[in-house]
Design a protein around this ligand. Structure first.
Ligand code: ING
Length: 321
C-alpha cells in the first residue's frame, strides 16, 4: 500500500452548469446562447472547468420514434466545433475556461453516437467520449407515454472509457446511464482518474417500473456517490432537468468528493450554476489507502466481469431461464 496522503493542493474550481428544458421549438442557436450565459456565470465565479449536460444542443429527441431515421439527422452534429457551437468555443477561449459538452454525433460514414467532448482552457478539444451503456429500447413501443429509444438512435461506443491529463489532473468522462454501472467507475479508476464529468437526461418516470420513480433522485445520487468513494475520485453529474415536451426530468446536479460527500447541488430545475473547489490531491486519501487498487484488488477472482454479459447459472449451478 502506497500510503501517501494528499500533498500540495491541486485545486480545480469546477462548475456544474445545469440546463432547464430544451423544447422542440428551441433553436440550436438559442441553446448555445444559454450555454454561453452559463459559461460566463461559471467563469465569473472563477471556475476553470464548466460541465454541461448530455445532448445539450437539442431537445431529447429519443422520446419520439421516427421510422425514417434520416428525419432526425438535424439533431446530430457532424463536427465539433461546428458553426453553431463556435460562439461557445469563442466564449471559452475569451474567459480561459474549459468545458465538457454532450451532443448527438453523426459521423461521415453514417454512425450515430451519444457523445461528449472535453475542451481545455484554450478551446482545444482534448478528448471525445462516446456513450458505452445505451439504455431504453431499439424499436417503437407505441404503448408508452413517451419513448426512450436511445438504442434506435445511438450505437454503443466501441472505444470504451478514457482518462486524459487535463486541468492539472486525470479527467474521465461518462454519460447518463453509464453512471449507473459500477464498471464505468472502475474502468476509469484503473486509469488513475481523479475527476469524472458526466451529463444526463433522466425522466422522472421510469416506464418499465414506475415503483422506481419516487427513488429517481436517490438512485442518481447513490450511484455517483458510491462510484466516487469506491475509486477515490471527484464526480460531477449535470442535468438537463425540468419539464421538456411534457416529460418531467430529474435535475439535482451534483459535485461529489472522493469521500462520497456532496460538495454542491443545484436547487432548481432550470438553468443554474453551482461551483466547488476540487483539490485533486484529496483523491490520494482514498486511492493510496482503502482503495489502493494495485495493492488490494484480486483480478483473478473477478473473471466473470469479463467472461459474461449476464448471470449464466443459478446459485446451485442450474442454467438460468
Ligand atoms: N437516461 C436514463 C438514465 O440512466 C433512464 C435512462 C430513463 C433511467 C428513465 C431511469 C428512468 O439516467 C439516459 N439518457 O441514459
Amino acid at each position: 500500500m502506497k500510503g501517501q496522503l494528499r500533498g500540495a493542493p491541486r485545486i480545480v474550481r469546477v462548475a456544474a452548469a445545469q440546463m432547464g428544458p430544451i423544447q422542440v421549438s428551441d433553436s440550436r442557436e438559442s441553446c448555445v446562447q444559454r450555454l454561453c450565459a452559463l459559461l460566463h456565470r461559471a467563469a465569473d465565479q472563477g471556475a476553470t472547468l464548466v460541465v454541461f449536460p448530455e445532448l445539450a444542443l437539442t431537445t431529447f429527441f429519443p422520446r419520439w420514434f421516427v421510422e425514417d431515421i434520416s428525419m432526425v439527422d438535424h439533431y446530430y452534429e457532424r463536427s465539433m466545433p461546428s458553426p453553431a457551437t463556435a460562439p461557445l468555443f469563442a466564449a471559452a477561449r475569451d474567459r480561459n475556461i474549459g468545458f465538457s459538452l454532450g451532443y448527438a454525433e453523426l459521423t461521415a460514414d453514417g454512425q450515430r453516437f451519444n457523445t461528449q467532448v472535453l475542451v481545455d482552457q484554450t478551446a482545444n478539444v482534448v478528448a471525445k467520449y462516446r456513450k458505452v451503456h445505451i439504455p431504453g429500447h431499439a424499436s417503437h413501443e407505441p404503448g408508452r407515454a413517451f419513448q426512450h429509444a436511445e438504442r434506435y438512435y445511438f450505437s454503443p461506443s466501441d472505444e470504451g472509457f478514457g482518462v486524459w491529463s487535463a486541468f492539472g489532473g486525470r479527467v474521465g468522462m461518462m454519460i447518463c446511464n453509464d453512471r449507473r454501472w459500477p464498471e464505468t467507475y472502475r474502468e476509469l479508476g484503473l486509469q488513475g482518474v481523479e475527476l469524472i464529468v458526466c451529463g444526463y437526461n433522466t425522466p422522472l418516470n421510469y416506464i418499465p417500473d414506475p415503483s422506481q420513480d419516487r427513488l429517481a433522485g436517490f438512485h442518481h445520487a447513490l450511484v455517483m456517490q458510491a462510484g466516487a468513494y469506491q475509486n477515490g475520485t471527484f464526480v460531477v453529474g449535470v442535468a438537463k432537468g425540468g419539464c421538456e415536451e411534457g416529460v418531467d426530468s430529474l435535475a439535482e446536479s451534483l459535485i461529489i468528493a472522493p469521500s462520497g460527500e456532496v460538495l454542491a447541488k443545484t436547487v432548481g430545475n432550470g438553468d443554474e450554476v453551482v461551483v466547488a473547489d476540487c483539490d485533486l490531491e484529496w483523491c490520494k486519501n482514498y486511492q493510496n489507502t482503502l482503495f489502493d487498487l494495485d495493492y488490494y484488488r484480486r483480478p483473478e477472482a473477478y473473471r466473470r466481469h469479463i467472461a459474461q454479459r449476464g448471470p449464466s447459472t443459478k446459485a446451485d449451478g442450474s442454467p438460468l431461464r
